[in-house]
Unconditional design. Structure first.
Lengths: 369, 187
């Protein structure tokens, strides 16, 4: 470590309150004999104060977002008949699950909670009539079922094997790969453009223009791309940049933004397996096998709503698991079971690729020369 | 989510899970309302309680003997009673200004340095220029006071030592963008 870094190290520890005795003595000496060092301490104090203040403000803003998110999740309940059906069947599912646990545990389990519930067991008729509905609530209403079941399961976490051994493989079509930055693709039909690849593009970044020969261009981040009418997806083609916008036409175009899924490919070097077990904390790890990367998830993946993505950026690869609206980021250096980490979809440019499809306000087409 | 699960997730850097703590807000609201406060008061102190809980947890100062809800509720009670005391002491009839006294740093503060550059802006610009992951790394280690071991895990550095090196290099780069005179002069 050179002198400058050493000094920064001392000052940082001082401001953090983590200097040990030797370091503290050294710090005092420098402070007294080195005016330059003294100056630097003042400078860093101010910088640190600002970093702390602004992080506090940003953190509070994020908390407000989390609160809104929490409110949304807890008010978005399905309505009408569907809702009733879900509630009835989820209660039934919870009871059936309860019976299952009781049956499995009565021999050795001393838990008073379940000795009691033995007497409340529903009659067989009820059980049969709802059994076939059980898969519905799992996907539609996590809130009710999962919590009830989880609470029940947690009592038995240690002594019950709920899983059936062996791993299931995630179908290859659900394991996707893509290069970042994303090469956008488009379709263009009668007044409507679909842009595939990045649903987080802001409306302000996009402009539709055409020249006097009725050739259309998409202006995105100050760069012109030539576009033609097409029903099948085409990559955006860079066009010359020396146009200048003159006046608006009466023509309007609607732009719809779609996620990366439709521009991603099936991964050839990643394999995903999962245990199908509903554990309290779902974990994952990576292993290398015959030149393949193998991702193992200890948890249940509902095939209709789950996908794994690997995003290559330069030499780096980021892995994401998307389950419904939830996004989890995984680190390929993890070789021991590690809890899955949910990330907020607006965290960074890559996570924003997983936003829902968006439709932008209609845009006026401008003329260029 | 259970307490255990929330703690595991938060410790592994999943800050987003803080949202599950809001299930305890109702309890605080009803208590604050019984004690001459309103919903907004409750929300404010609950927010503070989450910050205290989170910082303690990340610094390694949270002992999970009690339930998170009990812990949060405890902080809220103390904070609210302190605030009530303060209000009773200073509040005169029709005096609404007192409520502002604990809000100095919420981003509501008035800029007196309108028109010329402020220290705040100067440092902010340098931070923006610094970019990621430096910015995030400094924020987490200086504001949340996360230990280097945890920072290493969060930012994928091979060890606490290399995380520390990275942090120092980030600070150095940040410092290099700024002049001593300006930092001292600007308010």
């Amino acid at each position: 470590m050179n002198d400058e870094l050493k000094h920064i190290d001392l000052i940082d520890k001082h401001l953090n309150g983590t200097l040990n005795t030797d370091e503290a003595t050294h710090f005092e000496q420098l402070l007294q004999h080195d005016t330059n060092f003294e100056k630097e301490v003042t400078v860093y104090k101010r910088i640190y104060k600002r970093i702390e203040d602004r992080a506090a403000v940003e953190f509070k803003e994020r908390l407000n977002d989390y609160y809104k998110e929490y409110q949304n999740e807890n008010s978005a309940k399905p309505k009408g008949i569907n809702r009733k059906l879900i509630i009835i069947s989820s209660i039934a599912a919870a009871i059936i699950f309860g019976i299952f646990l009781v049956n499995n545990n009565t021999t050795e389990d001393q838990n008073p909670l379940f000795e009691q519930s033995d007497s409340d067991v529903v009659d067989v008729e009820d059980k049969d009539s709802v059994e076939h509905k059980e898969p519905i609530p799992k996907s539609v209403n996590e809130g009710i079922v999962h919590e009830e079941i989880k609470d029940t399961v947690s009592h038995f976490e240690d002594n019950t094997q709920l899983s059936i051994g062996g791993l299931k493989q995630l179908p290859a079509t659900l394991v996707r790969t893509i290069e970042y930055p994303i090469a956008l693709q488009y379709t263009f039909t009668g007044g409507e453009i679909f842009l595939f690849g990045d649903p987080s593009i802001a409306s302000l970044q996009l402009q539709i223009v055409k020249n006097n020969k009725s050739h259309y261009f998409l202006k995105y981040r100050d760069q012109y791309y030539s576009i033609e009418k097409t029903i099948s997806k085409k990559p955006l083609q860079l066009a010359s940049n020396d146009y200048s916008v003159t006046k608006p036409t009466r023509e309007k175009v609607k732009i719809k933004l779609k996620g990366i899924e439709e521009v991603s490919n099936i991964s050839k070097d990643l394999e995903v397996s999962f245990s199908g077990k509903r554990s309290i904390v779902q974990t994952y790890f990576f292993e290398e096998k015959d030149g393949l990367t193998h991702l193992v998830i200890d948890g249940d993946l509902e095939l209709s709503i789950s996908k794994v993505f690997s995003i290559h950026e330069g030499t780096k690869t980021n892995y994401y698991l998307k389950i419904g609206k939830k996004l989890f980021q995984m680190n390929s250096e993890v070789t021991q079971p590690t809890p899955l980490k949910e990330v907020y979809i607006l965290t960074n440019k890559q996570t924003q690729l997983f936003r829902e499809d968006r439709e932008l306000r209609e845009k006026t087409v401008y003329l260029v020369e | 989510m259970t307490d255990k699960e929330i703690i595991v997730q938060l410790r592994s850097g999943n800050e987003y899970c803080l949202k599950y703590l809001y299930q305890h807000l109702e309890m605080v609201k009803s208590w604050v309302k019984q004690n001459s406060g309103n919903d907004d008061d409750a929300y404010d102190i609950f927010q503070e309680a989450i910050i205290i809980f989170y910082k303690n947890l990340m610094e390694g100062n949270y002992e999970s003997k009690s339930k998170i809800s009990t812990y949060l509720f405890g902080i809220c009670k103390r904070q609210w009673l302190n605030q009530l005391n303060r209000r009773l002491k200073y509040e005169k009839p029709n005096d609404n200004f007192v409520a502002l006294d604990n809000r100095q740093d919420d981003g509501f503060e008035i800029e007196f340095t309108c028109g010329r550059q402020s220290l705040k802006k100067y440092i902010d610009e340098a931070l923006e220029k610094l970019g990621e992951p430096c910015k995030k790394l400094l924020e987490t280690s200086i504001y949340l006071k996360l230990r280097m071991q945890e920072i290493a895990e969060l930012f994928n550095y091979s060890s606490a030592h290399s995380a520390r090196q990275q942090k120092l290099r980030c600070i150095k780069r940040l410092r290099e963008q700024m002049s001593y005179e300006l930092i001292i002069q600007l308010k």
